[in-house]
Design a protein around this ligand. Structure first.
Ligand SMILES: Nc1ncnc2c1ncn2[C@@H]1O[C@H](COP(=O)(O)OP(=O)(O)OP(=O)(O)O)[C@@H](O)[C@H]1O
Ligand SMILES: [Mg+2]
Length: 229
């Protein structure tokens, strides 16, 4: 079953009088359990496509269907609920809250959903932090963690709600190659174990090697990549 379908998706940005055609007629589907990378040069539209798939931005034209829900017709609050309930995000710059500890950065995501008790949330948070290899570091703030450890916190934050789909925009770009490789292996293990769907964007050859499918973007359009449709 497709978790995401993009049908004839276009995205234009207006900058003053100039229109930038960031995506031009994108047609792509992602199935449940995929581990895929969107690759292409700087400016080819990778982040734009991920943001549209992640309901952080809207297509100018075309349809995006997430879990059979057409995104276009939903209002802001519904989109926020969809993001909260179905999606996890991992960013290039980790985007952790600096004044919160690793535990608190992950736990606060669960507190946004009122369907479990504080004690249940605490247990879930400790479990996922352990799964990403941060046992014993729960009370550190981001600045007292290495880049790789910060990205592990961000992955734990994205996964703690057990989302159907995790979107990661250049997740290894700020990591050295060894740490980047560990982070990819961690995500791959979580993909297998929990059958969570992952879509990355990347410039990184190592990330491409980990991906089971590659979607090549050039100038806002999809060119052929590795793996089936
Ligand atoms: N908010 C915006 N306003 C105007 N133009 C934008 C905006 N965001 C992106 N663009 C333009 O859209 C095109 C695609 O940008 P995008 O950020 O998706 O590329 P990318 O493939 O993620 O690049 P990078 O590898 O550098 O992150 C570029 O030409 C960019 O300048
Ligand atoms: Mg980008």
């Amino acid at each position: 079953m497709a978790i995401i379908k993009c049908k004839n998706v276009f995205k234009d940005y207006k900058v003053g009088h100039i229109v930038v055609h960031a995506l031009k007629d994108i047609n792509v589907e992602f199935k449940k359990g995929e581990f895929s990378a969107i690759v292409g040069p700087s400016g080819s539209g990778k982040s734009t496509l991920l943001n549209i798939i992640g309901c952080l931005d809207k297509a100018t034209k075309g349809e995006v269907i997430l879990n059979d829900i057409p995104i276009k017709d939903q209002d802001k609050n519904v989109l926020a609920d969809i993001r909260r309930d179905h999606l996890g995000f991992v960013f290039q710059t980790f985007n952790l809250i600096p004044v919160l500890t690793a535990f608190e950065n992950v736990n606060f995501v669960l507190s946004l959903k009122k369907d479990s008790s504080a004690e249940e949330n605490r247990k879930k948070t400790l479990k996922i932090l352990e799964e990403v290899g941060l046992k014993g570091l729960e009370n550190r703030r981001p600045l007292d963690l290495s880049g790789g450890q910060q990205q592990r916190v961000a992955i734990a934050r994205a996964l703690v709600k057990e989302p159907a789909l995790v979107l990661a925009d250049e997740p290894t770009a700020n990591l050295d190659s060894h740490t980047g490789s560990e982070i990819m292996q961690l995500m791959k293990d979580l993909n297998k174990k929990k059958s969570i769907t992952f879509i990355f964007s990347t410039h990184d050859k190592m990330v491409m090697e980990h991906a089971r499918r590659i979607i090549n973007l050039r100038d806002g359009m999809i060119k052929n990549g590795k793996g089936g449709k």
